[in-house]
Design a protein around this ligand. Sequence first.
Ligand SMILES: [Zn+2]
Length: 387
Amino acid sequence: MSIPFGLTIDERLLKYHLGNTHPMNSDRIFPAYHLLKEIFIDMDPTSFSIVTPTEIEPNLLAKAHDPEYIATINEFSLDGKGSALEYGLGTSDCPVFKDMAEISEMVVSSTVTNVEKIYNDEIHYSFQLLGGLHHARRSKASGFCYYNDVNVAIHKLKQLKDDIKILYFDSDLHFGDGVYYDFENDPNVLKISFHESGHFLFPGTGFSEEVGVNEGEGMGVNHPFFPFTWDEPYMKRFDDIIPSLFESYNPDFVIWQAGVDGHALDPLGHLQLTTNTYHHMAKSIRELADKNMSTPRVLGLGGGGYNSDSVARSWASIVSGLSKTKLPLKASDEWVNTCKAQGISVSPELHDSMTTSKSFEDTAEIEKGNNLYSEQFDSIVSKYHSI
Ligand SMILES: [Zn+2]
């Protein structure tokens, strides 16, 4: 019997709700939860397996976060009240809410459970819908993230094998600063991030000059993109860079923060990507892992994405590519109606049309900006890697 593809789409994760008017609310997850369940789990229960989070050992969270910070989150979580700006808690981005500790821990345990199952060969590929809270720092909540499940997962992998070679690829709209800075010294974590340039968007960092420090020099690979970059040039850079880095680095474990807030419909940024880019990256990562890893070990994490409609089909495209499953052209009327009953409007069409240069009236400035970023990237990264 073949090994199933793992999916964490636990309904309890809908409680990661930072407020009705906050972009990180349960409406972003609800359609995706039901869509992935319908088109993967219900359609093909032998090829897909639900991964249910199990509790993590008590000291694991403290490897990525300071004990005082954890204690403050626990305290504020009891009644959903409190403010500690030195910890980034109680801001508009990271409000305090009841049960924030439990739900944030559940995100971490979901990611760690997937890591353990992949490492133990129970599954080879999986996708954790609410994982990839990549902005949280050791003692600071940031960018809608309280605990950094990626960092905890990396510590878990190092516990399992201390010299494990991890490839962390982050294609969220935003630079994966919390992961990069926590492991910027680390020679065994190759951190690659594709994101809208920090000149235009939070967190304002992630330029190609940031290559890692000390023993980790060269292990940071940051590629900013100019606002309004569309599918074609983005995919070309992916194809030019990712396969060669993957093959030369030869990772033991791949974590992909596959945030979909770079989608053209997303309200938070300016990239103009579609399901075509997400599916292309997922398919390529699957092929690279199948071809190059003696045991494929790839964990996809949902990351950002704040338009309920585009998030659902973008994640569906990613799971389709990573699992080598054909995505139907349309979702069912039942799914559309389930979302409608929650007050969420979604389109049944699961495939976007590709954005090409013809999609834009004035491409010259975008191309000029991207050429500059690409030249800087190539000149810096080629000192450390053959690309
Ligand atoms: Zn993001």
